[in-house]
Design a protein around this ligand. Structure first.
Ligand code: ADE
Ligand code: ZN
Length: 330
C-alpha cells in the first residue's frame, strides 16, 4: 500500500480554522473560563455546512492572544510537513475570529511570525489567502481589500471568499468590485464555488470575480460546457473529496466527480479543506481516492503536479517541488 506522505505536493485548499487540535481548544477554554460547546468527544461535531460554519465561530472565539495565533500557525506548518506538503496556501477568514476581526493587521502579523518561525525550523513555506465570507456586504468586502492593499503584507498572496452560498444566495455581483480591486492590487483570487452552489456559482466566480482558482468547483460536473470551459482555460479546481462526503455534497467517494473532471481535462488537485475537524489527512485523501478510482503512480504524479501548478508559490519553490515529483514512485 502506497505511502502518499512521500509524494512531493502542494496543498491549496485548506482553512486554518479547520486545523485546530482538540487539546489546544480545550486549553483555551480552561484559560478563559469558556464552557465547552459539547462534550470533549463531540467538540468538533457538525451535521452540515451551516452547523460546521457556526462551529468555526465558536472554536475561533477561544483564540484570544498573539501567542495562541503564533502557535496555531506554527502547528499548521508542522501538520503540512507531516503530510509531505512542500508548499501550502492557507485560507484564513477573519470574520470567524471575534477577538481579531477588528485588528486584521495584528492577526496577520501574529500568524506570519508563526509561519516564519516554522519555516526557519525546516517546515514548508506557507502563503496566506485572506478570506471574505459570502454573507458579508459589498462595503465590508471593499474595506477588507483596501486594508490588504494598504498593508501589502508579503505573507498575503490572495483574496479568497468562502462560506455558505446556499444560505447567501447569488452574491457574485456583490463582490465583483472587491475582487476587481484585489486584482488591481496584485493579489491572486481564489473562490469557493460549486460546493453549496451549482455550476452558476462557478460561472459567476470566473466571470464576475475573475477567479484564477476555484475552491471545490465539483458541481461543474452538472454542466458539461462548463467542464470544457474550465479545461480550455486551465482554471484549477482545489478539490476536497473527503470534505465533500463528510459534509454531504456527495453520498460516497464512489459517486464523487473528481475522476470524471480529471478525465474531462480539468486541472484537479486533492486537498483537505478542514482536516482536523473532518478527521482526515492529505495522505489519507490521496490513498482513498487512489483506491476508489484505481489511479496508478503516473496519475498520482499528475495530481501532485496540478497541486503545485495551482498554488501561489513562487516559481523557484514550484520548480524544486516539480523536480522531486518527476522522480517520485510509490
Ligand atoms: N469554511 C471552512 N470550510 C468551508 C467549506 N467547506 N465551505 C465553505 N466555507 C468553509
Ligand atoms: Zn474550503
Amino acid at each position: 500500500m502506497s505511502d502518499y506522505r512521500t509524494l512531493p505536493k502542494a496543498e491549496v485548499h485548506i482553512h486554518l480554522e479547520g486545523c485546530f487540535e482538540r487539546d489546544d481548544v480545550i486549553r483555551n477554554c480552561k484559560e478563559a473560563g469558556i464552557p465547552l460547546r459539547r462534550p470533549r468527544d463531540e467538540l468538533f461535531k457538525a451535521e452540515d455546512l451551516k452547523s460546521f460554519l457556526e462551529m468555526l465561530d465558536w472554536i475561533c472565539g477561544t483564540f484570544r492572544t498573539r501567542e495562541q495565533l503564533f502557535g496555531t500557525a506554527y502547528k499548521f506548518s508542522q501538520r503540512m510537513a507531516t503530510s509531505g506538503v512542500r508548499y501550502a496556501d492557507v485560507i484564513v477568514n477573519p470574520t470567524h475570529w471575534p477577538h481579531w476581526s477588528g485588528d486584521i493587521p495584528a492577526m496577520i502579523d501574529a500568524l506570519d511570525a508563526g509561519f516564519a518561525a516554522a519555516e526557519q525550523d525546516g517546515n514548508p513555506p506557507v502563503g496566506l489567502c485572506v478570506s471574505l465570507l459570502r454573507t458579508q456586504s459589498e462595503a465590508q468586502s471593499i474595506e477588507l481589500v483596501e486594508l490588504l492593499s494598504t498593508i501589502r503584507h508579503p505573507r498575503v498572496v490572495a483574496l479568497s471568499i468562502d462560506g455558505n452560498e446556499a444560505a447567501a444566495g447569488r452574491t457574485g455581483p456583490r463582490f465583483a468590485e472587491a475582487f476587481r480591486r484585489a486584482a488591481a492590487a496584485g493579489l491572486r483570487r481564489t473562490v469557493h464555488a460549486g460546493e453549496s452552489s451549482g455550476p452558476e456559482g462557478i460561472r459567476d466566480a470566473l466571470e464576475l470575480l475573475g477567479a484564477d482558482r476555484i475552491d471545490h468547483g465539483v458541481r461543474a460536473i452538472e454542466d458539461l460546457e462548463l467542464v470544457d470551459l474550465l479545461a480550455d482555460r486551465q482554471i484549477p479546481l482545489g478539490i476536497c473529496p473527503i470534505s465533500n462526503v463528510v459534509l454531504g455534497v456527495y453520498p460516497s467517494l464512489e459517486q464523487h466527480p473528481i475522476d470524471l473532471l480529471r478525465k474531462g481535462g480539468v486541472s484537479v488537485s486533492i486537498n483537505t479543506d478542514d482536516p482536523a475537524l473532518l478527521s482526515t489527512t492529505l495522505e489519507d485523501s490521496y490513498k482513498a481516492c487512489a483506491a476508489t478510482f484505481a489511479w496508478d503512480d503516473e496519475i498520482i504524479r499528475q495530481l501532485a503536479r496540478n497541486s503545485v501548478e495551482a498554488s501561489y508559490a513562487d516559481p523557484v519553490v514550484k520548480a524544486r517541488i516539480m523536480a522531486d515529483v518527476a522522480v517520485w514512485q510509490a
